[in-house]
Design a binder for this molecule. Structure first.
Ligand code: NZQ
Ligand code: ZN
Length: 388
């Protein structure tokens, strides 16, 4: 292990088929007014809305409804939500949905009582909140982002042409999260598989950084192996409870700040993915899938030792008698085979990227000076072109 770090994650998790039974007790810890934030209506069709409303009623809450949080939530929607929270003096924001709804709830929580423009303060200047922070709780319905147990809040601003992630501190993380794997059974296959790749990307983007022998990498490898195993089962049979439960648990640990302890991170695939999401509004996990192989093949030589380790420890590649380069390539070939098996999008053109908008996408990519190689803009364009 190298470096100094602190680890503090205050989110209380309730996991399993009985997890919802804890919602009433949690609600009782907050004041009388709850804003119920949710997306486009899936929770009304699958019964989760009714279960949440019953708990809110039992806890005696006044409910402010806040529907229509879109995938890739926008700053305009955040401003609307912030007004609702402010005007109703909301005591708790209950986010019921996937990463978009939970990210949005965190954004609203730090914006409702903020005197400045929240976009400029938090997503441009990266400042900490210095106003009242409205607590957030969540009921997770879609697995992938880890938003249920982290401070991440990814918001899109189409007016300025950016989709930006911001990681807030423990004061903004959800106070509690209800994780019932069965709630994810109605997620369409395309979304489900996108979530699987999002998890893999979070794992890889923390794995492909640093040079030291690090306990964190062993934890990461275990999570990758569990994900690969269970995703193969779930892609064929989405109703397999054990597989979906394993994946839900893996997703939460993949991005709750454990895996960055003692390590840096890469996160360039996410930056390219966010730029594709900004221009095409494509599903987050699929944007990552479409660029990952060109990206990793591009940077493989800069972090060869870790790509060899990935091949051997994660994919079971036999290294005997092979050059490091060949072993690393075989690891990435195994990754490719798994991606095809679970059915993710392999080409960014399927998401709406083309020669016509490739420069626009490249302009929106934030280039981070971390990972094994800092890309130039030309390299970003090259990777995007290879992803088509
Ligand atoms: O809006 P509804 O009707 O609920 O439908 C949603 C949405 O269309 C649907 N869905 C969710 N649960 C369902 C369901 N449909 C049927 N049954 C259910 N049980 O799924 C669609 C996608 O939902 P969304 O919340 O957008 O998906 P996801 O969880 O992948 O979140 C994506 C957002 O999170 C950000 C992404 O950039 C993107 O904006 N991320 C957040 C991160 C974080 N907080 O740390 C990190 C990630 O890397 C990611 O960037
Ligand atoms: Zn992600």
């Amino acid at each position: 292990m190298n470096g100094n770090f602190s680890f503090h994650n205050p989110t209380k998790l309730y996991f399993g088929e009985e997890a919802m039974s804890h919602l009433v007790g949690e609600l009782k810890n907050y004041g009388p007014t709850v804003m119920l934030s949710y997306g486009g209506g899936s929770i009304k069709r699958n019964g989760i809305y009714d279960a949440v409303m019953a708990a809110l009623k039992e806890a005696g809450k006044r409910v402010v409804e806040d529907a229509g949080v879109m995938p890739n939530p926008t700053i305009e929607k955040v401003r609307e939500g912030a007004r609702l929270v402010h005007d109703n003096n909301v005591d708790l924001i209950l986010a019921v949905g996937g990463g978009s709804t939970i990210d949005y709830a965190k954004a609203v929580s730090v914006s409702a009582w903020c005197d400045e423009d929240p976009w400029e303060k938090y997503w441009v200047r990266g400042e900490r909140p210095d106003c009242r922070i409205v607590p957030v709780g969540s009921v997770l319905t879609m697995v992938g982002t880890g938003s249920e147990m982290n401070g991440g809040s990814v918001i899109t601003n189409r007016a300025t042409g950016f989709k930006r992630g911001r990681v807030f501190g423990s004061d903004v993380m959800p106070k509690f999260a209800i994780l019932n794997p069965r709630f994810t059974f109605t997620v369409p296959q395309y979304q489900m598989v996108a979530g699987f790749f999002d998890i893999m990307s979070h794992l890889m983007e923390q794995y492909f950084a640093g040079t030291a022998d690090c306990t964190t990498d062993y934890i990461n490898e275990g999570l990758m192996r569990s994900l690969i195993h269970s995703s193969r089962i779930a892609a064929k049979n989405p109703q397999d409870y054990e597989a979906r439960a394993n994946i839900m648990w893996t997703a939460t640990w993949a991005l709750n700040s454990l895996l960055k302890c003692g390590k840096g991170g890469d996160w360039e695939v996410h930056q390219i993915g966010h730029a594709i999401g900004l221009v095409t509004d494509a599903t987050h996990g699929m944007t990552l899938a479409s660029v990952s192989l060109p990206y990793y093949r591009h940077v493989m030589h800069d972090g060869l030792h870790q790509f060899v380790r990935f091949a051997v420890n994660v994919w079971g590649v036999r290294p005997e008698g092979k050059s490091d380069e060949l072993v690393a390539q075989e690891g990435l070939a195994s990754l490719e085979q798994w991606m095809r098996e679970i059915g993710v999008v392999m080409h960014s053109r399927e998401l709406g990227v083309s020669e016509e908008n490739i420069e626009k996408v490249a302009d929106a990519v934030l280039i981070l000076p971390v990972g094994y190689r800092t890309l130039t803009r030309d390299e970003v364009v090259q990777i995007l072109r290879e992803s088509l």
